[in-house]
Design a protein around this ligand. Structure first.
Ligand code: NDP
Length: 524
């Protein structure tokens, strides 16, 4: 199946299209949120340069001084919490509870950075091997200006977390939010200003794919891209021209594996939440469940009981809201129709709550053909295929069959077995008896393998991505010269040979061999 290009019909992703104004509408009812001027592509480079000029001063601060100033981000968020939630709800259509989850996650991420950034920047001593008279350590230096490109599904988290990580790392940021959620992106600039950060250290550019490409080509030192694999490829190709490094956080087709000894009440609730949170528009959504045959019927019953209780619609207070873009809805409906054509049964859901709305009922499918797109390509919608498997082995094999590898979950009362099976799943993260929660633990690295991308956000690994390591060596003895410098004499040769033996054999044996080489010459 060919995935249609994203866009609202008058979207900005049409080749060659670069309108001057962006119209942002509410997915809930199609009303206008607002209009924003698009940042012309030629202006993007200028913005990067402006941020660079400010970043130099930011980078020169001690990490603890930067931290002190970044503490202000928390106060700034506190002052705008309601506005942030309102903006997310307006632009994405998600329930308010889920907008609050975005804010909580961001705050927790900042807390993590506040407690770990100074430690991260502390120079790390490394052993100098046989060169005992040297001192060596690794320093971490800021990169410069980081370009952040974010999608529409978690517009606040996915704009704020890479931005904050970059700022703690001593960088400036130019952010390009999705054309569907630019106001959530603009809040990042507002928060940075409220926090009292230097003017221009964080800037937002507005527009669609062309603006994103201009940012990748705009002279940034690294690109943090979150989005679909197709766009990820385009970003990588554009970045190749200037050898700009990139982190790609792409899509997923996460599997949940329910074993015969799973606690079915918890497993079904966890899977249902993981599948329908944000109307299924989460990169780490549960997109397929493999259930060991002996508990398949009981698990399916539990799932259906949970799903039939969910409220779906466009009004405030529902649990499953509208899909954010019509193109995304069209894609999921197309995938569903094809699965049914190939023999799948829609056990519940399958229709829009109202033909004129963007709300797709939470849908459960059984009897899905193994080669069906809905089991292999990212859906990014409220659909859940439930598939029986013979045993854990078959579940692992099927879980590993797609090119994606973002995350997964294993449900079993035997935690040891759960962890052992988790290691065999090709994914950046796996939860045992839980789903999606790894994203909310800021100390854990987050990222994928294969089509799900590469590089990591969050954790120390995320800090590594926004900094450069620098090796430093200091000579402690101050001799006139080293033994391997010119001139090369017989003495040089002997010393190096003894060093070689010392390193080859190691320990006491190495020391004796090295001494023997040196003594041999003396005796002669
Ligand atoms: P897209 O790939 O369509 O867009 C992502 C961002 O890239 C948007 O800001 C988009 O702008 C921009 N963009 C589009 N074309 C280009 C280009 N040629 N060069 C540079 N930037 C460009 O993704 P969606 O917004 O549709 O988000 C959904 C996808 O994101 C899903 O596949 C989902 O799995 C993935 N995702 C991955 C996550 C992860 O952490 N692994 C987390 C969340 C989502 P515009 O929107 O204006 O077109």
């Amino acid at each position: 199946m060919t995935r249609p290009p994203p866009g609202y019909g008058d979207g900005l992703n049409r080749p060659g299209a670069e309108p001057e104004v962006l119209r942002v509408v509410r997915p809930a009812d199609g009303t206008l949120v607002g209009e924003l001027a698009v940042t012309p592509s030629h202006e993007v480079h200028r913005r990067v340069e402006r941020t660079r000029s400010v970043q130099v001063g930011w980078a020169s601060l001690l990490p603890k001084d930067r931290e002190r100033r970044l503490q202000g981000l928390l106060t700034a968020i506190e002052g705008r919490t309601r506005e942030i939630e309102d903006t997310i709800v307006a632009e994405t259509g998600k329930p308010r509870v889920e907008a609050t989850v975005e804010v909580v996650s961001v705050v927790d991420h900042i807390r993590f950075l506040l407690t770990s950034a100074t430690g991260f920047f502390r120079p790390r001593k490394v052993p100098t091997g046989w060169m005992a008279w040297k001192r060596a350590f690794v320093q971490r230096d800021p990169l410069g200006v980081v370009g952040v490109i974010s999608p529409w599904n978690y517009p606040f988290i996915l704009s704020m977390t890479p931005t904050c990580t970059a700022l703690f790392g001593g960088n400036g940021v130019v952010l390009k939010p999705s054309e569907f959620t630019p106001y959530s992106g603009l809040l990042v600039e507002d928060i940075a200003r409220d926090a009292g950060l230097p003017d221009g250290l964080v800037q937002v550019v507005i527009g669609g794919g062309a603006t994103g490409e201009a940012l990748v080509r705009g002279g940034v030192d690294k690109v943090f891209f979150t989005g679909g694999p197709g766009t990820g490829r385009a970003v990588l190709a554009a970045a190749a021209d200037s050898l700009t490094p990139v982190v790609l956080e792409l899509g997923g087709k996460d599997a949940a594996i329910v074993l015969e000894d799973a606690e079915l009440g918890r497993a079904s609730r966890g899977v249902v939440w993981g599948a329908y949170l944000n109307a299924g528009q989460s990169c780490i959504a549960v997109e397929r469940v493999y259930v060991v045959e002996e508990v398949y019927d009981a698990f399916l019953r539990e799932v259906l009981a949970q799903v039939r209780k969910l409220t779906a619609g466009s009004t405030a207070g529902v649990e499953v809201g509208p899909m954010t873009t019509p193109a995304q809805l069209a894609w999921v409906e197309q995938q569903l129709a094809q699965a049914v054509e190939e023999g799948a049964t829609v056990v519940t859901g399958g229709q829009r709550t109202d033909p004129a709305s963007n709300v797709l009922e939470p849908t459960v499918l059984t009897g899905v053909h193994p080669d069906s797109s809905i089991l292999r390509e990212e859906s990014f919608g409220p659909v859940l295929p439930v598939v029986p498997v013979k045993d854990a082995e078959e579940a692992i094999r099927l879980a590993n069959e797609t090119p994606f590898g973002l995350s997964a979950s294993v449900w079993t009362k035997d935690k040891k077995r759960g962890v052992a099976l988790a290691r065999r799943i090709r994914a950046g993260a796996v939860c045992v008896n839980d789903a999606l929660v790894h994203f909310g633990i800021p100390g854990l690295p987050f990222g994928g393998v294969g089509e799900s991308g590469f590089g990591r956000t969050h954790g120390f690994e995320g800090m590594e991505e926004v900094t450069r390591s620098r090796g430093v060596v200091i000579d402690r003895l101050g001799l006139q010269q080293e033994l391997w410098w010119f001139p090369y004499t017989r003495g040089t040769e002997k010393l190096l040979k003894s060093a070689l033996l010392f390193r080859l054999k190691g320990g006491i044996r190495g020391a004796f061999s090295a001494a023997a080489v040196l003594m041999k010459g003396r005796r002669r």
